[in-house]
Design a protein around this ligand. Structure first.
Ligand SMILES: N[C@@H](CCC(=O)N[C@@H](CS)C(=O)NCC(=O)O)C(=O)O
Length: 208
């Protein structure tokens, strides 16, 4: 049985999808969280000098989506069918596009004017368009899941990436998701998954 260690800062962000996939699988793992002050101690040990990094039996894997796809395959959250697999990826990377916009707003927070302009554009233009595509896809799903009528890494990625949106832009996210009942239902399905729910209850509160 492989052993898993996940290295990331003590915030959700890019470490959260791997943590959620491991948790959804019911797979015990060492959740190695650190502060910005502690980071220089870890950085030289990471393959690309960045995190998240997954250590599997001593092998270090970098890049959030390489880690997440490996874990999704390992634990049955990826379709074997090539076309369904591409459809899962399509939603994973749509949620990543949303993540990137939100991350940009967060990273420019010290430049109030720039950050506010980016936020305004996201809240009024890009965000609603991207969310509407997801909402449209989910409105056709009887099960509430994105692909194959069952939980896949696409649902977990949406939950994780939109969770970051809710964390960075709490008030704006309530308004953005108000008209997206099917996204809210999808996220609720993931939140109520017993393994995910256990993880969420014991997850340390983020210190962004
Ligand atoms: N494309 C990489 C990006 C990794 C990345 O930007 N990691 C940041 C944290 S989100 C990091 O390690 N920053 C510290 C540093 O670069 O020294 C991924 O998806 O994993």
């Amino acid at each position: 049985m492989p052993t898993y260690k996940l290295y990331y800062f003590d915030v959700p962000a890019r470490g959260e999808l791997p943590r959620i996939i491991l948790s959804a699988a019911g797979q015990p793992f060492e959740d190695i969280r650190f502060s910005g002050q502690e980071w220089p101690k870890y950085k030289p040990k990471m393959p690309f000098g960045q995190v998240p990094v997954l250590e599997v039996d001593g092998q270090m894997i970098a890049q959030e989506y390489a880690i997440s796809k490996f874990l999704a395959r390992q634990f049955g959250f990826c379709s074997e069918d090539n076309l369904d697999h591409a459809r899962e990826d399509m939603y994973v990377f749509l949620s990543e596009d949303i993540y990137v916009k939100v991350e940009e707003i967060f990273h420019t927070r010290d430049d109030k004017e720039k950050s506010e302009a980016l936020k305004k554009k996201f809240v009024n233009e890009t965000g609603p368009v991207m969310l509407s595509k997801l909402e449209q896809a989910l409105s056709k799903s009887a099960s509430g899941y994105l692909v194959r009528g069952k939980l896949s890494w696409a649902d977990l990625a949406v939950f994780s990436n939109l969770g970051v949106m809710e964390f960075i832009l709490p008030t704006e996210s309530v308004n953005l998701l108000e008209h997206c009942p099917n996204i809210r239902r999808n996220m609720e399905l993931v939140r109520r998954n017993p393994n995910v729910n256990t993880y969420l209850k014991q997850r340390p509160s983020p210190n962004a």
